[in-house]
Design a protein around this ligand. Sequence first.
Ligand code: AMP
Length: 188
Amino acid sequence: MSKAKGLIFLGPPGSGKGTQAQILAQELQIPHISTGEMLRQAIDKQTKLGQQAQSYVDQGELVPDELLLGLIRERLSHADAQNGWILDGFPRNVEQANFLDQLLQEELAQFSEQALNLDVSDDLLIERLLLRGRKDDNEDTIRRRLEVYREQTKPVIDYYRDHERLSSVDGNPDPETVTASLKEIIAS
Ligand code: AMP
């Protein structure tokens, strides 16, 4: 029997990975798990996690790993995630990628991991982020988030490439074209 798919969406802020993850999760009937969205909800509700995470999110910094790792482990064990899942915004650094690998080996061996990277030009990223207008989409925070991406998240792409689990997709065209490219890769 083929394994259930664990899809990991990678790409800089503004690459469209959230939009694409949402569309594909709906089509494949698997949950879209966005750590950014989980954190925004926790901040809105002012839970303990929300209070601890708020200043990092507001400044465009990564939230410390210890706040997120247990959350991801718990989320991936839910009943709705047993046939597959799409992770959006996690892993964000190599430590998180190692954690996920270990989790997949030890507790979630029924999943085969596939990382999908959306490549988008820098000019288009900034244009899209400024249009989106989320609270952390002001110019200073955007600049910082792109820096954090280059310094900490880009090595995650190399990590999956080295482990031969990476596919890259051109994320510059219109959303429908990007969805079609992603579907082709997932089906292959
Ligand atoms: P996103 O919606 O993925 O752009 O995430 C928004 C913000 O949430 C980021 O700028 C980080 O502050 C925080 N965040 C989301 N995912 C992670 C993660 N995996 N590790 C650390 N911080 C994260």
